[in-house]
Design a binder for this molecule. Sequence first.
Ligand code: ADP
Ligand code: ZN
Length: 290
Amino acid sequence: MLGAIEAGGTKFVCAVGDQNGKVADRIQIPTTIPGETIPKVIDFFKPYSMDAIGIGSFGPIDVNRESPTYGHIMSTPKPGWKDYPLVQTLKNAFGVPIGFHTDVNAAALGEATYGAAEGLDSCLYITVGTGIGAGAIVQGQLLQGHSHPEMGHILVKRHPEDPYQGRCPYHGDCLEGLAAGPAIEERWSEKGIHLADREEVWKLEGYYIAQALMQYILILSPKKIILGGGVMNQKQVFPHIYQYLEKFLKDYVPLPELSEYIVSPALGNDAGITGSLLLAHQALTEKSGR
Ligand code: ADP
Ligand code: ZN
Protein backbone atom coordinates (compact mmCIF):
# COMPACT_ATOMS: atom_id res chain seq x y z
CA MET A 1 0.00 0.00 0.00
CA LEU A 2 1.36 3.40 -1.03
CA GLY A 3 0.35 6.86 0.14
CA ALA A 4 0.22 9.90 -2.13
CA ILE A 5 -0.16 13.61 -1.43
CA GLU A 6 -0.73 16.28 -4.02
CA ALA A 7 -0.01 19.35 -1.92
CA GLY A 8 -1.53 22.40 -3.59
CA GLY A 9 -1.97 26.00 -2.60
CA THR A 10 -5.75 25.60 -2.38
CA LYS A 11 -6.16 21.93 -1.48
CA PHE A 12 -4.28 18.82 -0.44
CA VAL A 13 -5.40 15.69 -2.27
CA CYS A 14 -4.42 12.58 -0.30
CA ALA A 15 -4.79 9.03 -1.61
CA VAL A 16 -3.77 5.47 -0.94
CA GLY A 17 -3.21 3.06 -3.78
CA ASP A 18 -0.57 1.11 -5.67
CA GLN A 19 2.20 1.65 -8.20
CA ASN A 20 -0.18 0.90 -11.06
CA GLY A 21 -1.88 4.19 -10.27
CA LYS A 22 -4.91 2.43 -8.83
CA VAL A 23 -6.44 4.55 -6.05
CA ALA A 24 -8.21 2.72 -3.20
CA ASP A 25 -9.27 5.75 -1.18
CA ARG A 26 -8.86 9.50 -1.42
CA ILE A 27 -9.76 12.75 0.29
CA GLN A 28 -9.46 16.49 -0.37
CA ILE A 29 -8.43 18.80 2.45
CA PRO A 30 -8.45 22.60 2.10
CA THR A 31 -5.02 24.24 2.43
CA THR A 32 -5.45 26.66 5.32
CA ILE A 33 -2.63 26.80 7.89
CA PRO A 34 -0.34 23.81 8.55
CA GLY A 35 -1.70 23.36 12.10
CA GLU A 36 -5.14 22.70 10.62
CA THR A 37 -4.36 20.98 7.34
CA ILE A 38 -1.59 18.56 8.37
CA PRO A 39 -3.44 16.85 11.28
CA LYS A 40 -6.27 16.08 8.83
CA VAL A 41 -3.76 14.63 6.37
CA ILE A 42 -2.29 12.42 9.09
CA ASP A 43 -5.76 11.30 10.24
CA PHE A 44 -6.62 10.21 6.71
CA PHE A 45 -3.55 7.98 6.40
CA LYS A 46 -3.62 6.57 9.95
CA PRO A 47 -5.86 3.53 9.28
CA TYR A 48 -3.60 2.32 6.43
CA SER A 49 -0.30 0.53 6.80
CA MET A 50 1.65 2.25 4.06
CA ASP A 51 5.07 1.19 2.82
CA ALA A 52 6.00 4.63 1.49
CA ILE A 53 4.54 8.06 0.77
CA GLY A 54 5.03 10.22 -2.34
CA ILE A 55 4.50 13.97 -2.25
CA GLY A 56 4.10 16.32 -5.19
CA SER A 57 4.13 19.78 -3.64
CA PHE A 58 3.56 23.40 -4.52
CA GLY A 59 6.76 25.34 -4.22
CA PRO A 60 9.34 26.54 -4.19
CA ILE A 61 10.47 23.54 -2.13
CA ASP A 62 13.88 22.30 -1.05
CA VAL A 63 14.59 19.12 -3.01
CA ASN A 64 18.34 19.04 -2.38
CA ARG A 65 18.94 15.99 -0.23
CA GLU A 66 22.25 17.36 1.06
CA SER A 67 20.55 20.49 2.38
CA PRO A 68 19.65 20.88 6.09
CA THR A 69 16.25 22.16 4.98
CA TYR A 70 15.54 19.25 2.57
CA GLY A 71 11.81 18.58 2.47
CA HIS A 72 10.80 22.10 3.49
CA ILE A 73 8.49 24.45 1.66
CA MET A 74 10.59 27.54 1.01
CA SER A 75 9.41 31.08 0.22
CA THR A 76 5.64 31.18 -0.09
CA PRO A 77 3.24 33.98 0.74
CA LYS A 78 0.79 31.37 2.10
CA PRO A 79 0.49 32.08 5.86
CA GLY A 80 2.29 29.50 7.99
CA TRP A 81 3.80 27.46 5.15
CA LYS A 82 7.08 29.32 4.66
CA ASP A 83 9.92 27.05 5.88
CA TYR A 84 7.41 24.34 6.83
CA PRO A 85 9.13 20.92 7.16
CA LEU A 86 6.63 18.86 5.19
CA VAL A 87 8.72 15.72 4.65
CA GLN A 88 10.04 15.61 8.22
CA THR A 89 6.56 15.99 9.69
CA LEU A 90 5.22 13.02 7.71
CA LYS A 91 8.35 11.00 8.33
CA ASN A 92 7.89 11.53 12.09
CA ALA A 93 4.24 10.51 11.84
CA PHE A 94 4.65 7.35 9.71
CA GLY A 95 8.35 6.36 9.67
CA VAL A 96 8.27 5.25 6.02
CA PRO A 97 10.39 6.32 2.99
CA ILE A 98 9.12 9.53 1.44
CA GLY A 99 9.45 10.66 -2.18
CA PHE A 100 9.36 14.42 -2.64
CA HIS A 101 9.16 16.50 -5.82
CA THR A 102 7.27 19.48 -7.20
CA ASP A 103 3.60 19.04 -8.09
CA VAL A 104 4.43 19.46 -11.77
CA ASN A 105 7.27 16.94 -11.70
CA ALA A 106 4.83 14.45 -10.12
CA ALA A 107 2.31 15.18 -12.87
CA ALA A 108 5.01 14.73 -15.54
CA LEU A 109 5.86 11.35 -14.02
CA GLY A 110 2.19 10.32 -13.96
CA GLU A 111 1.65 11.30 -17.60
CA ALA A 112 4.90 9.65 -18.72
CA THR A 113 3.97 6.39 -17.02
CA TYR A 114 0.22 6.05 -17.64
CA GLY A 115 -0.86 9.09 -19.64
CA ALA A 116 -0.23 11.13 -22.77
CA ALA A 117 3.53 10.45 -22.75
CA GLU A 118 3.20 6.78 -21.80
CA GLY A 119 6.32 4.86 -22.68
CA LEU A 120 8.36 7.96 -23.56
CA ASP A 121 11.59 8.72 -21.71
CA SER A 122 11.07 12.45 -22.16
CA CYS A 123 8.19 14.85 -21.69
CA LEU A 124 7.23 18.22 -20.32
CA TYR A 125 4.15 18.83 -18.15
CA ILE A 126 3.07 22.45 -17.85
CA THR A 127 0.28 23.80 -15.69
CA VAL A 128 -1.36 27.12 -16.47
CA GLY A 129 -3.51 27.87 -13.44
CA THR A 130 -3.11 30.20 -10.47
CA GLY A 131 0.56 30.14 -11.42
CA ILE A 132 2.55 28.62 -14.25
CA GLY A 133 4.95 25.77 -13.60
CA ALA A 134 6.50 22.93 -15.49
CA GLY A 135 7.98 19.55 -14.68
CA ALA A 136 10.15 17.58 -17.04
CA ILE A 137 11.39 14.08 -17.61
CA VAL A 138 14.70 14.00 -19.44
CA GLN A 139 16.36 10.70 -20.36
CA GLY A 140 13.93 8.88 -18.09
CA GLN A 141 14.67 11.01 -15.01
CA LEU A 142 12.76 13.82 -13.35
CA LEU A 143 14.65 17.01 -14.07
CA GLN A 144 16.28 18.48 -11.00
CA GLY A 145 19.51 20.38 -10.53
CA HIS A 146 20.72 22.73 -7.84
CA SER A 147 17.02 23.08 -7.12
CA HIS A 148 13.95 22.30 -9.20
CA PRO A 149 13.18 24.13 -12.45
CA GLU A 150 10.85 27.16 -12.27
CA MET A 151 9.94 27.39 -15.94
CA GLY A 152 6.88 29.57 -15.37
CA HIS A 153 9.04 32.58 -14.59
CA ILE A 154 10.94 32.85 -17.87
CA LEU A 155 10.88 36.15 -19.71
CA VAL A 156 8.79 36.52 -22.85
CA LYS A 157 8.38 39.39 -25.29
CA ARG A 158 5.36 41.50 -24.50
CA HIS A 159 2.86 41.72 -27.35
CA PRO A 160 3.23 45.21 -28.87
CA GLU A 161 -0.49 45.81 -28.36
CA ASP A 162 -0.70 44.42 -24.82
CA PRO A 163 -0.57 47.31 -22.35
CA TYR A 164 -0.93 45.01 -19.33
CA GLN A 165 2.05 45.34 -16.98
CA GLY A 166 2.01 41.82 -15.56
CA ARG A 167 1.54 40.76 -11.96
CA CYS A 168 4.37 38.49 -10.87
CA PRO A 169 5.45 39.87 -7.47
CA TYR A 170 9.06 39.01 -8.32
CA HIS A 171 9.41 39.78 -12.05
CA GLY A 172 6.34 41.73 -13.15
CA ASP A 173 5.94 40.65 -16.77
CA CYS A 174 7.47 37.17 -16.74
CA LEU A 175 5.40 34.39 -18.34
CA GLU A 176 3.41 33.72 -15.16
CA GLY A 177 2.92 37.46 -14.62
CA LEU A 178 1.40 37.81 -18.10
CA ALA A 179 -0.38 34.54 -18.76
CA ALA A 180 -1.49 32.72 -15.58
CA GLY A 181 -5.19 32.73 -14.63
CA PRO A 182 -5.02 35.78 -12.32
CA ALA A 183 -3.26 37.80 -15.07
CA ILE A 184 -6.02 36.95 -17.56
CA GLU A 185 -8.60 38.00 -15.00
CA GLU A 186 -6.87 41.29 -14.18
CA ARG A 187 -6.13 42.21 -17.81
CA TRP A 188 -9.66 41.59 -19.06
CA SER A 189 -11.53 42.40 -15.79
CA GLU A 190 -13.30 39.06 -15.91
CA LYS A 191 -12.50 35.48 -14.88
CA GLY A 192 -11.10 33.30 -17.67
CA ILE A 193 -14.06 30.97 -17.51
CA HIS A 194 -16.39 33.87 -18.50
CA LEU A 195 -14.19 34.95 -21.42
CA ALA A 196 -14.65 31.78 -23.46
CA ASP A 197 -16.11 33.55 -26.51
CA ARG A 198 -13.56 36.41 -26.62
CA GLU A 199 -11.13 35.29 -29.32
CA GLU A 200 -8.59 38.05 -28.65
CA VAL A 201 -8.15 36.73 -25.09
CA TRP A 202 -7.10 33.27 -26.21
CA LYS A 203 -5.06 34.50 -29.14
CA LEU A 204 -2.94 36.61 -26.79
CA GLU A 205 -2.72 33.68 -24.36
CA GLY A 206 -1.52 31.49 -27.23
CA TYR A 207 1.05 34.14 -28.16
CA TYR A 208 2.68 33.97 -24.71
CA ILE A 209 2.44 30.22 -24.24
CA ALA A 210 3.91 29.59 -27.71
CA GLN A 211 6.94 31.74 -26.87
CA ALA A 212 7.50 29.72 -23.71
CA LEU A 213 7.11 26.42 -25.55
CA MET A 214 9.59 27.57 -28.19
CA GLN A 215 12.20 28.09 -25.48
CA TYR A 216 11.44 24.81 -23.73
CA ILE A 217 11.64 22.97 -27.07
CA LEU A 218 14.93 24.61 -28.01
CA ILE A 219 16.50 23.84 -24.62
CA LEU A 220 15.04 20.44 -23.68
CA SER A 221 13.71 18.98 -26.93
CA PRO A 222 10.93 17.07 -25.13
CA LYS A 223 9.22 14.18 -26.92
CA LYS A 224 5.76 15.29 -25.75
CA ILE A 225 4.35 18.47 -24.24
CA ILE A 226 1.33 18.24 -21.96
CA LEU A 227 -0.58 21.39 -21.06
CA GLY A 228 -2.78 21.17 -17.96
CA GLY A 229 -4.20 23.52 -15.32
CA GLY A 230 -7.49 25.42 -15.15
CA VAL A 231 -6.75 27.87 -17.97
CA MET A 232 -6.02 25.07 -20.43
CA ASN A 233 -9.64 23.95 -20.12
CA GLN A 234 -10.12 26.64 -22.78
CA LYS A 235 -9.32 24.30 -25.63
CA GLN A 236 -9.51 27.12 -28.15
CA VAL A 237 -6.05 28.19 -26.98
CA PHE A 238 -4.43 25.16 -28.59
CA PRO A 239 -4.83 26.22 -32.26
CA HIS A 240 -3.41 29.66 -31.41
CA ILE A 241 -0.44 28.01 -29.72
CA TYR A 242 0.18 25.84 -32.81
CA GLN A 243 -0.04 28.82 -35.17
CA TYR A 244 2.29 31.04 -33.18
CA LEU A 245 4.75 28.24 -32.57
CA GLU A 246 5.01 27.57 -36.31
CA LYS A 247 5.46 31.27 -36.90
CA PHE A 248 8.18 31.63 -34.25
CA LEU A 249 10.11 28.42 -34.89
CA LYS A 250 9.95 28.63 -38.70
CA ASP A 251 10.76 24.95 -39.28
CA TYR A 252 14.12 25.39 -37.60
CA VAL A 253 13.73 22.14 -35.66
CA PRO A 254 11.80 19.13 -36.93
CA LEU A 255 8.69 18.53 -34.81
CA PRO A 256 5.90 15.96 -34.88
CA GLU A 257 2.40 17.04 -35.97
CA LEU A 258 1.70 19.79 -33.40
CA SER A 259 -1.82 18.59 -32.51
CA GLU A 260 -0.29 15.28 -31.41
CA TYR A 261 2.83 16.80 -29.90
CA ILE A 262 1.22 19.44 -27.66
CA VAL A 263 -1.76 17.89 -25.90
CA SER A 264 -4.02 17.90 -22.82
CA PRO A 265 -3.25 15.54 -19.92
CA ALA A 266 -4.62 12.05 -20.61
CA LEU A 267 -5.03 11.51 -16.86
CA GLY A 268 -6.97 14.78 -16.49
CA ASN A 269 -6.92 15.99 -12.90
CA ASP A 270 -5.36 12.73 -11.72
CA ALA A 271 -1.89 13.29 -13.25
CA GLY A 272 -0.50 14.68 -9.99
CA ILE A 273 -1.89 12.08 -7.61
CA THR A 274 -0.90 9.22 -9.95
CA GLY A 275 2.61 10.64 -10.14
CA SER A 276 2.73 10.96 -6.36
CA LEU A 277 1.91 7.24 -6.00
CA LEU A 278 4.82 6.59 -8.38
CA LEU A 279 7.09 8.83 -6.29
CA ALA A 280 6.16 6.69 -3.27
CA HIS A 281 7.07 3.57 -5.21
CA GLN A 282 10.40 5.10 -6.27
CA ALA A 283 11.19 5.98 -2.64
CA LEU A 284 10.41 2.42 -1.61
CA THR A 285 12.56 0.75 -4.28
CA GLU A 286 15.42 3.14 -3.53
CA LYS A 287 15.22 2.28 0.15
CA SER A 288 15.31 -1.46 -0.46
CA GLY A 289 18.19 -0.99 -2.92
CA ARG A 290 16.33 -2.49 -5.87
P1 ADP B 1 -4.46 25.79 -9.12
O1 ADP B 1 -3.48 26.39 -10.07
O2 ADP B 1 -4.72 26.66 -7.93
O3 ADP B 1 -4.13 24.38 -8.75
P2 ADP B 1 -6.31 25.73 -11.36
O4 ADP B 1 -5.38 24.95 -12.21
O5 ADP B 1 -7.77 25.40 -11.42
O6 ADP B 1 -5.89 25.68 -9.84
O7 ADP B 1 -6.12 27.26 -11.76
C1 ADP B 1 -6.93 28.28 -11.28
C2 ADP B 1 -6.87 29.45 -12.24
O8 ADP B 1 -7.32 29.02 -13.53
C3 ADP B 1 -7.75 30.62 -11.85
O9 ADP B 1 -7.09 31.83 -12.17
C4 ADP B 1 -9.00 30.42 -12.70
O10 ADP B 1 -9.62 31.66 -13.00
C5 ADP B 1 -8.46 29.77 -13.94
N1 ADP B 1 -9.43 28.81 -14.50
C6 ADP B 1 -9.93 27.72 -13.89
N2 ADP B 1 -10.81 27.07 -14.69
C7 ADP B 1 -10.85 27.78 -15.83
C8 ADP B 1 -11.56 27.62 -17.07
N3 ADP B 1 -12.41 26.61 -17.27
N4 ADP B 1 -11.35 28.53 -18.03
C9 ADP B 1 -10.48 29.56 -17.84
N5 ADP B 1 -9.80 29.76 -16.72
C10 ADP B 1 -9.97 28.89 -15.73
ZN1 ZN C 1 7.89 35.64 -12.19
